[in-house]
Ligand binder design. Structure first.
Ligand code: G4P
Length: 521
């Protein structure tokens, strides 16, 4: 394969910054919403589409919003949805392991918010390159310089403004793009972008004096010149290494900056990157088909036990019906009815390329973190489990349901909804989550799907660490900490801590033991 035409990315943001609005505008620009709204598919697209619609209807699984695909200028964009809750789960983290780049949306009035920062840190772990979109410039926002400096300081990134807002809120007169010298202006009462573009040869061009108010033209020249002088020039390598972020100003709601963002993804964002794996990283141009499962979506309908495993293709050309071997079970499976996600103009193809996502229906054989390969022997690494931030004791109301409860907890641990810890002493199983929302999902699924009536109680622990060390060191540690030891779903030893202070203290006192806040699956 030569240069890939795939761009697989996610949008990261704090709730309310405008991710949904921007997603809609990106899909609209790429023609994909059209498609989603169409009742009947035509011609060759019918089969592909009905494949997943049938699955959605029969099994009650919403898969289309997890992967959104659109095409533009010969490129195929795969946008992976990161669940946008206040709280987040490991699902969100893991989705970010399946993308090659990310768009970070910031509210111009609020700057960097807690969730943005958390998601950013996950991107940084894997050096995922980030394009920044400062949204809502049609409203009163912070000074653009202050916003740029905040991104630079808070995230320790070099920032490069690629465009500039001419005023904000009531004074907003448009967006000027540095790369092209284009000025995009609002139109009519809605003050939206409807294609009113003024081409300029640069900031000195006199056309700006007629295209903008005198104050607007003066403000743009003054600020844009300062900005160009004050920040480094765009450096593709630094961006792709995750050290620099190009910043685009815009308004998702009013359509400003959306096209520029797609163009930036097309020209700057990387195609499929080599993926960390054992025994060696997998290059996207390798011939053999490989991929990994980053998400498993279970069915909310209790009558069906099916799940959809989402696989990111890392190398090779996948073909419908192909046999792949999952690293978990080691037994080859024929992937006869994969869900392939299609862009508008693509002919029905039974193939997928590196960077694409494939949905694989299964009955629980595929697990998050599994590698699938044409030829076994490869294993992708770096899909972490995160140390839980909330631990709860599970109390069963009907003791005859112990078996069902264990199955439910194991299943959900397998899907990555929650983690489960079986203490060495005592019979109270403990579940761990990264965010509060996961607790609600757990309780509701226990009731609806597994018919288990259970309650969650405070646990005497606040967090947990996976532990490892020599047999002697582990035995010595166990002899004095037995009451705080447990096993996770896969039988790995875990030490549960009463507090974060405890973590620091015990870590320091036990240099022979490795305490880990993440565990690779
Ligand atoms: P999210 O997915 O990141 O949570 O954000 P979402 O797109 O839902 O946007 C949150 C609110 O911000 C929405 O208002 C949306 O219309 C608004 N919004 C998004 N982009 C822009 C923009 O560029 N300019 C302006 N002015 N507003 C924008 P909403 O649904 O009406 O919610 P609310 O305003 O009632 O809170």
């Amino acid at each position: 394969m030569t240069q890939s035409n795939r761009r697989t990315f996610a949008i990261i943001s704090h709730p309310d910054a405008g991710k949904t609005t921007l997603t809609e505008k990106l899909l609209l620009e790429g023609g994909a919403i059209h498609l989603a709204g169409e009742v009947k598919a035509r011609g060759a697209n019918r089969r592909a589409r009905s494949d997943w619609m049938k699955i959605e209807q029969q099994r009650g699984i919403s898969v289309t919003s997890s992967v959104m695909t659109f095409e533009r200028g010969g490129l195929v964009f795969n946008l992976l949805d990161t669940p946008g809750h206040e709280d987040f789960s490991e699902d969100t983290y893991r989705t970010l392991t399946a993308v090659d780049s990310a768009v970070m949306v910031i509210d111009a009035a609020k700057g960097i918010e807690p969730q943005t920062r958390k998601l950013f840190e996950v991107c940084r772990l894997r050096n995922v390159p980030i394009i920044t979109f400062v949204n809502k410039v049609d409203r009163e926002g912070r000074d653009p310089f202050a916003l740029l400096d905040e991104v630079a300081d808070a995230l320790a990134l070099d920032v490069v403004p690629m465009s500039w807002p001419v005023g904000m809120g009531g004074q907003f007169e448009g967006i000027y793009a540095f790369e092209t010298g284009r000025l995009m202006r609002p139109t009519g009462d809605s003050r939206a972008f409807e294609g009113d573009v003024v081409e300029t040869t640069g900031l000195d061009d006199a056309v700006l004096d007629t295209a903008l108010s005198p104050q607007g033209a003066a403000l743009l020249r003054e600020e844009a010149e300062l900005a160009q002088g004050g920040y480094a020039a765009f450096d593709l390598e630094a961006y792709r290494a995750g050290d620099m972020t190009p910043v685009y100003f815009g308004s998702a709601l009013k359509g400003f900056g959306v096209r520029e963002l797609i163009e930036a993804l097309g020209t700057h964002a990387p195609g499929p990157r080599p993926q960390p794996a054992e025994p060696a990283p997998v290059e996207p141009m390798a011939d053999d088909v490989t991929g990994f499962i980053f998400k498993v979506q279970a069915n909310m309908d209790p009558n069906h036990r099916d799940r959809i495993a989402f696989m990111r293709l890392c190398s090779g050309t996948f073909r419908r019906g192909m046999k792949l071997t999952p690293s978990g079970s080691g037994k080859p499976i024929a992937v006869h009815s994969p869900i392939l996600f299609f862009a508008r103009e693509r002919e029905l193809a039974d193939t997928a390329e590196p960077g694409d996502i494939i949905g694989i229906p299964n009955h629980g054989t595929l697990r998050v973190g599994d590698t699938l390969a044409e030829k076994p022997g490869v294993r992708f690494t770096g899909l972490p489990n995160f140390a839980p931030e909330i631990l709860r004791r599970v109390v069963l109301k009907d003791p005859t349901k112990t078996k069902q409860l264990r199955k439910a907890l194991d299943d959900m641990a397998e899907e990555g909804v929650t983690q489960v810890f079986y203490p060495e002493i005592g019979s109270n199983w403990i579940i761990g989550v990264v965010g509060q929302l996961q607790l609600e999902v757990l309780l509701s699924r226990l009731e609806v799907e597994y018919k288990v009536d259970a309650a969650l109680e405070a646990a005497p622990f606040e967090t947990a660490r996976w532990i490892s060390g020599t047999a002697e060191a582990m035995a010595a540690f166990a002899s004095i900490n037995r009451g705080a030891l447990a096993k996770d779903r896969d039988g790995n030893p875990v030490w549960m801590a009463k507090s974060l202070w405890d973590v620091g203290y015990v870590t320091e006192r036990n240099p022979d033991i490795r305490f880990s806040a993440t565990r690779e699956r």
